[in-house]
Design a binder for this molecule. Structure first.
Ligand code: PLP
Length: 382
């Protein structure tokens, strides 16, 4: 068979996944340097990175950015461990796997918790949250996931923050897959801390997470964290003192992230990046609908990050074959993570635009023809 795979400039397949993502050649090239951790160039890059990230939430001097080594989960765990005191009690809003992971972190840390669980295809309930907070004055913190990457659903963060604020509790946010593409501004949403990572919408390479926290909240967090390496308070105090990381920093990841932030700003920040992803998402939704696929979420709940599609019922559609053949054509998609339905996911984030999305759709169409699948409707609608 003669196929011309449409590979990225580095010859790698395009990643239509929730991360790690396709990065630009210039972001990758920024990693071609060694830095000692006390190197003045590196210290300047680190300072600039922290300032630029903190500025993204538009909270002026009230917010600081504390980076943390590791993947995004390390930053979420650091945020929870550091912000929630030993006698605190957490209410976790769950409508997917990342909410479940936050519950698990609370269990590891031995923190008291209440879990408010919602179906995966519905946004978390703000009414129920209000009732839970009114009924239990011992709840000190609420944790919410901005875009639940399990389905790609956008949770009502502004409404959640209004309820948390009115009830006088603290709000912690896992905005991992939305930060940089969906607005989150302190002037609009009242929150104490948000966690995200280097390798999602800011399009850096993986290896670092960060937490942007209210300075006055963080100041009261000494001694909370059950882990030394994940103690954000200690990381912050040390970094303010000598501008250095406590333990080996991922220097190349930070250099690449600095370049990713340059490219993010050149694209017009959150508005520009969000617009490209929204365009990618629309091309994907329209193109897949044309092929007969059904997406899980109604348009108003769909974040422009990743789309969940229901598995076609046609017995000739075998997901592993579909996945492998698409990968051979230069596109990596993602399996589903739902407990309620057979699904798969296609991401719209990373260094991809209209051209790549349209080419991915052409590759999908070609693959379906190879597999002899002519009806992509799911079981219920078939
Ligand atoms: C990606 C992601 C994380 C972090 O996952 P890692 O694999 O640790 O990087 C956390 N929460 C959400 C919502 C995510 O999308």
């Amino acid at each position: 068979m003669t196929e011309t795979p449409s590979l990225s400039p580095t010859g790698d397949p395009w990643l239509l996944t929730p991360g790690p993502l396709t990065t630009s050649p210039t972001v990758k090239a920024a990693m071609q340097h060694d830095f000692g951790s006390r190197d003045q160039n590196f210290i300047a890059i680190n300072k600039r990175m922290r300032e630029r990230l903190a500025a993204m939430v538009n909270g002026g001097d009230d917010y600081v950015c504390v980076p943390m080594q590791g993947s995004g989960t390390f930053a979420v765990e650091a945020m929870l461990g550091t912000m929630v005191p030993r006698d605190g009690k957490v209410l976790v809003l769950v409508n997917g796997a990342y909410g479940d992971r936050i519950v698990k972190i609370c269990d590891y840390h031995g923190r008291a918790k209440v879990v408010q669980k919602c179906p995966e295809n519905q946004p978390v309930s703000v009414t129920q949250l209000d009732q839970a907070l009114s009924a239990d004055s011992t709840i000190t913190h609420v944790v919410a996931v901005h875009c639940e990457t399990t389905t790609g659903i956008l949770n009502p963060l502004k409404d959640i923050s209004d309820v948390v604020k009115r009830n006088g509790r603290k709000l912690l946010i896992d905005a991992m897959s939305a930060f940089g593409a969906v607005p989150l501004e302190a002037t609009e949403v009242t929150f104490d801390a948000v966690a995200a990572s280097s390798n999602k919408c800011i399009e850096g390479t993986p290896g670092m997470g960060f937490c942007i926290a209210r300075k006055d909240t963080l100041e009261g967090c000494a001694g909370n964290c059950p882990s030394l390496s994940l103690d954000l308070y200690d990381q912050w105090v040390a970094m303010e003192k000598n501008a250095q990381w406590r333990f080996t920093p991922p220097v190349q990841v930070i250099a690449a992230f600095d370049q990713a932030l340059n490219e993010f700003e050149e694209e017009g920040g959150v508005a520009g990046r969000g617009a490209r992803y929204a365009d990618n998402c629309k091309i994907l939704l329209d193109g897949m609908a044309e092929l007969g696929f059904q997406s899980l979420l109604p348009a108003e709940l769909q974040a422009p990050i990743i789309v969940t599609f229901l598995m076609p019922s046609d017995p000739r559609f075998d997901f592993n074959t579909f996945y492998d053949r698409l990968k051979d054509k230069g596109y990596v998609i993602y399996p589903g993570k739902l407990t309620v339905a057979e699904t798969f996911r296609i991401g719209c984030i990373g260094r991809l635009g209209a051209k790549e999305m349209n080419e991915a759709l052409a590759a999908i169409k070609h693959t379906l023809a190879e597999m002899g699948v002519d009806n992509c409707a799911p079981a219920a609608a078939a």
